[in-house]
Ligand binder design. Structure first.
Ligand code: AMP
Ligand code: MG
Length: 418
């Protein structure tokens, strides 16, 4: 048996970030930049007002107070999107709206609330000839300075960064309509087994529905890949070979199979994989998910294949531990570790398998802290144990017992709003 780390590091050697593609700005969400985003302009591009008020010369209003207001002559109005025609000379002020460029001569803004206009009906000040300033301001007050957010020439977003809504907004303000990001991996998904019936077929004696195809497709999507669902291959050489070749024809970057990699009589996947490429069949020191295949299929190009176990929980955990990092690597991401929380374990957990045990837990708030409870029966076929969980408690190979009440680290599979 090999360790989880040995298996993962061997697998990840076969993956690298995929080539860049140009996508429209909003489609770059959650993707990784393949180039630095350098600004060719200042943001904001000009000094402008941060408030609705009066653009003034701070030196004109140093003595202004509620009791001793300073009167100024009003020389105009400037709204966002327009440039003032005249300038602010000593003893004058200009009405100004948020976002409007500062007029020449002005160096601060006094908010309407701190002028004699404050108490008036909205809009009534438009034709005003004079205003009383009720409070002094410092130079630069209530203004936004050219380049205070972004300087021309600056690297605003570095290559390798994952794009979120804030980055999309930053790129929009720089006029970037198209963005260069790593291509999303195409992931072929093949379920195998004579016992499987398709989702829309009736269950017959001895048969079960093919759920792995769908969990895998959803997990691929969630990780950022593009699932290619190939359906079910039967446990015979001809059908398996045909379906694997179909996946290669669909330009897969990664091939995921489920089941048939164990030691049963009809675990044909092993033979076919060996014939179609170079495969390793491992027993990984983990629970659930001991059997795992990994290798490379020979097609038009070499395509790495991960043969996940058939049991639905084993398949999901193996996906989480091995396939997700591979997909993230192809997307250009370099970190795979889920965020973890510290929580108080609510029951004893035994680990007598001498394997790394991934316990499905539900983490929730309780009092001042977090608690983690096992989601019940942890058998590798009990898919609802994953459905009830939001995290995984990893019990190391050499730890046989974790006591109720202990503080444990839980890796969060979901980060619920709470
Ligand atoms: P195997 O690795 O082929 O021995 O399969 C292990 C277990 O997983 C068996 O009980 C299978 O019936 C079950 N299984 C295999 N493939 C699927 C699938 N696509 N969906 C749900 N269960 C499956
Ligand atoms: Mg089988």
């Amino acid at each position: 048996m090999i360790s989880v780390e040995e298996a993962l590091s061997y697998i990840l050697k076969h993956f690298a970030p995929l080539e860049p593609e140009q996508v429209s700005l909003v489609d770059s969400l959650e993707r990784v930049l393949t180039e630095d985003i350098v600004s060719d302009m200042n943001v904001p591009p000009f000094n402008n007002s941060a408030m609705d008020g009066y653009a003034v010369r701070a030196e004109d209003v140093v003595s202004a107070t509620q009791e001793h207001p300073v009167p100024l002559r009003v020389v105009g109005n400037v709204a966002a999107g327009y440039v003032a025609k005249n300038s602010v000379e000593p003893g004058t002020a200009m009405r100004i709206m948020t976002g409007a460029p500062m007029p020449l001569g002005a160096n601060a803004v006094v908010r309407f609330e701190e002028t004699s206009e404050g108490a008036e009906v909205k809009g009534a000040g438009k034709n005003r000839q004079a205003v009383q300033i009720l409070k002094s301001v410092n130079r630069g007050d209530n203004m936004r300075h050219a380049g205070e957010d972004i300087h021309a020439g600056e690297i605003v977003l570095p290559k390798g960064m994952t794009v979120r809504p804030a980055e999309i907004g930053v790129m929009a303000s720089l006029g970037k309509k198209m963005v260069s990001v790593h291509r999303r991996p195409r992931v072929a998904i093949l379920a195998t087994g004579d016992e499987l019936v398709a989702i829309d077929e009736p269950i017959a004696p001895g048969k079960i529905r093919n759920s792995n195809e769908y969990t895998n497709a959803a997990a691929v999507l969630r990780a950022g890949g593009i699932p290619i669902q190939l359906g079910i291959a039967r446990d015979n050489i001809a059908d398996l070979t045909a379906k694997i070749r179909a996946g290669l024809d669909a330009d897969a970057d990664l091939f995921l199979t489920s089941a048939g990699v164990s030691v049963g009589d009809y675990d044909m996947v092993k033979d076919v994989l060996n014939a179609e490429g170079e495969m390793h069949f491992w027993q990984v020191r983990m629970k659930p998910g001991k059997p795992l295949a990994f290798g490379v299929l020979r097609g038009k190009k070499d395509v790495p294949l991960l043969g996940l176990p058939g049991n639905p929980v084993s398949a999901m955990i193996s996906f989480e531990v091995f396939a997700r990092p591979a997909i993230l690597t192809m997307l250009g991401k370099t970190k795979f570790t889920r965020p973890s929380v510290r929580a108080v374990l609510q029951e004893d957990v035994k680990n007598d398998a001498q394997r790394r045990n991934f316990i499905r837990v539900a983490v929730e708030h309780s009092g001042d802290g977090l608690i983690a409870r096992s989601t019940g029966e942890q058998g590798s076929g009990i898919l609802t144990s994953v459905s009830r969980a939001n995290g995984l408690l990893t019990v190391p190979e050499d730890v046989t017992f974790v006591r109720k009440g202990e503080m444990v680290d839980v890796q969060m599979l979901d980060w619920p709003e709470w």
